[in-house]
Design a protein around this ligand. Structure first.
Ligand code: COA
Length: 162
């Protein structure tokens, strides 16, 4: 994150996440209120990176600062976007738009022609952002079921079982 420096989106470099980005990416997601108790963000990142043929975490960088992110993947049918985030100090400069466009272009290279995303009810103001990028509210009922304990709620491994 920036610590205050302003940046135009034309200085933005979008690149795949690297392990040394973890602390700053987690700070970014905290600053963007994207962390929820039932998600273990480190696990989310590791899981995304474990299947790089169909999922990627991209970060946006201005100078040496990581200022944006998007996690993107497909499930064999549709694309999905997660963790779309821009440093609060650098919003409304087109960075979010470029991050989403980058994710869409990556999906398109894999043959994915349509992508979905979820907006939490508590974050419904973001609908305007996605609408400006051509997304529409899809008349579907989203259902979900936990089929295993969330990694966020598992006890950390015992490092010294003896
Ligand atoms: C959503 C988010 C990524 C947008 O990033 P951004 O860099 O500010 O977006 P852009 O500058 O590319 O905005 C593109 C257009 O989207 C619309 N837009 C962006 N933010 C908006 C907002 N808060 N309210 C209404 N419209 C908005 C505008 O039309 C904007 O164009 P304009 O600035 O020319 O009017 C950023 O607000 C963010 O990180 N939010 C917190 C995390 C989050 O909620 N992510 C989405 C999870 S579903």
């Amino acid at each position: 994150m920036t610590g205050g420096a302003a940046a135009r989106d034309d200085h933005l470099i979008i690149r795949p996440y690297e392990p040394q980005d973890e602390a700053v990416v987690v700070r970014l997601w905290d600053a963007c209120n994207l962390r929820v108790p039932y998600n273990d963000v480190a696990w989310d990142i590791a899981f995304c990176r474990s299947s790089e043929s169909n999922s990627r975490l991209f970060v946006g960088q201005t100078g040496t600062d990581v200022v944006a992110s998007v996690m993107v993947g497909h499930d064999g049918h549709r694309g999905w976007l997660y963790y779309v985030a821009v440093d609060p100090e650098l919003r409304r400069q087109g960075i979010g738009r470029r991050m989403v466009a980058h994710a869409e272009a990556w999906l398109a290279t894999l043959g994915v022609w349509k992508t979905h995303l979820l907006i939490r009810q508590t974050n419904s103001g973001m609908k305007t952002f996605y609408e400006s990028l051509g997304y529409e509210v899809a008349p579907r009922i989203m259902m979900a079921k936990a089929i295993a304990p969330s990694p966020a709620f598992l006890d950390p491994p015992d490092e010294d079982p003896a």
